[in-house]
Write a protein that binds this ligand. Structure first.
Ligand code: ME8
Length: 513
């Protein structure tokens, strides 16, 4: 039984409906999962919802619903959005599910037994919105108002004073082992610049972490102590483990190959989570990748500004695939970027309508008009044909995909699309086909051969990014379906179910204003 490629997104809070930020991480993970599946690797792709804690309890109270009913409703919205966006996850975990609650309690008990979790007294501050503890020195009183505000510059909400007996995780114990792990596993923290921030943070020393709350009702009860619930982050991080807790699933999937998260929760994933796994004596994930943040029209998205971008609004106008494409093409994975309708429109018209959609419709029309719609023959195995040269780019694309450099991979693909367009422009096959000279007609036919087989390779490359487009495109270029795992060589050898003829269809991406 081969190990699956196990990848995860954060499990999202259900205090509000999903927005473009959630869609970003989940679509990125889906692209990677599809890419891996396309190469014949078994994949386990996990996403889900984070449903406990004060923030959710308060959001439920505000919507006048019992927390579980509220959680059911919003969690379902996330699930439905993933279906809408063609996200093919293998599992969706909710932290209110018994399989998860049981695992959290089991872990908590085990860590009390090992001495990694101990009873202490917490005196400090708490940010409900970030679900984060802050010490009085980290959060000094604001010099104007005297109030203690969340030190996270993107939050700055007022903190709650917390003074209670609760349980602590001996995080300080893991400073040295963590630093050793980072040093020995250079790929563990990615991208590099964010890894350096983590390193600097851990080198400063780690304090033990409060991992339960007295008086917070909506959470996993601490075993044997009904007055306390497990700290929501300690609970949430364990989803990656509880989702594959069964013996068989665990053996097939553990450890995770990559956790994809946003930069604001990197410390939880790059410091606390690996320390928890060390305490549990479990192998660590191979990679923890922190991507950047989207702003919208130059501004941070926030409830107060009411500027959350609803992915459905975008897909209504531009379609699901253009949205998926834009998210991964526009900003290099790991960097920050800005979303605006204008930038999406620009990319839609330039990259999708002009470069890509036009290329396909030109080729299909030319074959339809001049070759009676019949597909040019496939490349023979001896010759080093142009489509074979195109297929060789797969290696460079694979390298970018393995590095989670999605925009880099798309950059290479669009380089090829540009080259194909250039070939059409410079040879002007519409003239060649009309020529009385048989050599010129033959040149045009040769060009169609090159284009159609190169387009098959392009379809193969774009499927993880734009699955619906890939399917539509296949039909137009005379392929019913690619078999599941396929190499470019197999594409050129015609491993797919062919139809023998092109089937001209409507433009893939009609221009928009
Ligand atoms: O933090 N740009 O959940 P959350 C890019 N429940 N990505 C963004 C984004 C933006 N503007 N806004 C959100 C939590 N995201 C915890 C996680 S995991 C064990 C627990 C994405 O609902 C990004 O992936 O606040 C970020 O890390 C995540 O949504 C935060 O989602």
């Amino acid at each position: 039984m081969s190990k699956t490629f196990y990848l995860t997104t954060p499990i999202y809070y259900i205090n509000a409906a999903p927005h473009i930020g959630h869609a970003y991480t989940t679509v990125a993970a889906d692209v990677l999962a599809r890419w891996k599946r396309g190469r014949g690797e078994p994949v386990h792709f996990l996403t889900g919802t984070d449903e406990h804690g004060l923030k959710i309890e308060q959001a439920a109270a505000q919507s006048r619903q019992p927390p579980q009913r509220y959680a059911d409703e919003i969690s379902a919205q996330f699930r439905a959005l993933w279906t809408h966006l063609d996200v093919r996850h293998d599992d969706f975990i909710r932290t209110t599910e018994p399989r998860h609650v049981g695992k959290v309690q089991e872990v908590f008990r085990a860590l009390i037994d090992s001495g990694d979790v101990y009873k202490g007294h917490y005196s400090g501050y708490y940010c409900v919105s970030d679900e984060t503890f802050w010490t009085p020195t980290e959060a000094p009183p604001d010099h104007k108002t005297g109030k203690r505000l969340c030190p996270n510059p993107d939050c700055r909400r007022e903190l709650q004073l917390v003074e209670e007996d609760n349980w602590f995780f001996r995080l300080s114990r893991y400073q040295r082992p963590l630093l050793e792990h980072y040093a020995k596993n250079p790929g563990f923290l990615a991208p590099e610049h964010r890894g350096r921030e983590i390193l600097a943070f851990v080198k400063e020393g780690l304090k033990d972490l409060s991992v339960s709350r007295a008086n917070v009702k909506w959470g996993v009860p601490v075993p044997g102590e009904p007055g306390q619930t497990v700290y929501v982050w300690f609970d949430a991080l364990l989803n990656y483990l509880s989702a594959v807790a069964g013996k068989e699933a665990f053996e097939r999937s553990w450890p995770p190959d990559v956790h994809i998260v946003g930069k604001e929760i990197y410390r939880f994933h790059a410091v606390i989570w690996p320390a928890m796994l060390m305490a549990l004596r479990l192998p660590l994930p191979k990679k923890v990748f922190a991507h950047g943040w989207w702003t919208v029209d130059g501004q941070k998205m926030s409830k107060s500004k009411g500027n959350f971008v609803d992915p459905r609004e975008i897909t209504r106008e531009f379609g699901v695939d253009a949205f998926r494409f834009f998210l991964l093409r526009e900003m290099p994975f790991g960097n920050d970027g800005d979303f605006s309708r204008a930038s999406l429109l620009k990319r839609y018209n330039a990259d999708l309508a002009n470069d890509f959609g036009n290329l396909l419709s030109r080729v299909v029309t030319l074959i339809d008009n001049n070759m009676n719609g019949e597909l040019p023959s496939r490349p023979d195995s001896e010759s080093d044909s142009y489509p074979k040269q195109v297929a060789r780019k797969t290696e460079a694309i694979a390298e970018r995909m393995e590095a989670l450099d999605f925009s880099g991979a798309l950059g290479i693909i669009w380089g090829v699309i540009g080259e194909l367009n250039e070939r059409v422009n410079s040879q002007a096959p519409w003239k060649l086909f009309k020529s009385a000279d048989p050599a010129q007609v033959e040149q045009a036919r040769r060009l169609m051969f090159e284009l159609i087989w190169s387009l098959r390779i392009v379809t193969h490359w774009i499927e993880p990014f734009m699955p619906q487009t890939a399917a539509k495109m296949l039909a137009q270029i005379g392929v019913r379906q690619f078999p599941d795992a396929l190499t470019p060589e197999q594409v050129l050898a015609g491993a797919e179910k062919g139809m023998g003829r092109i089937h001209k269809g409507p433009p893939l991406f009609p221009r928009k204003a």
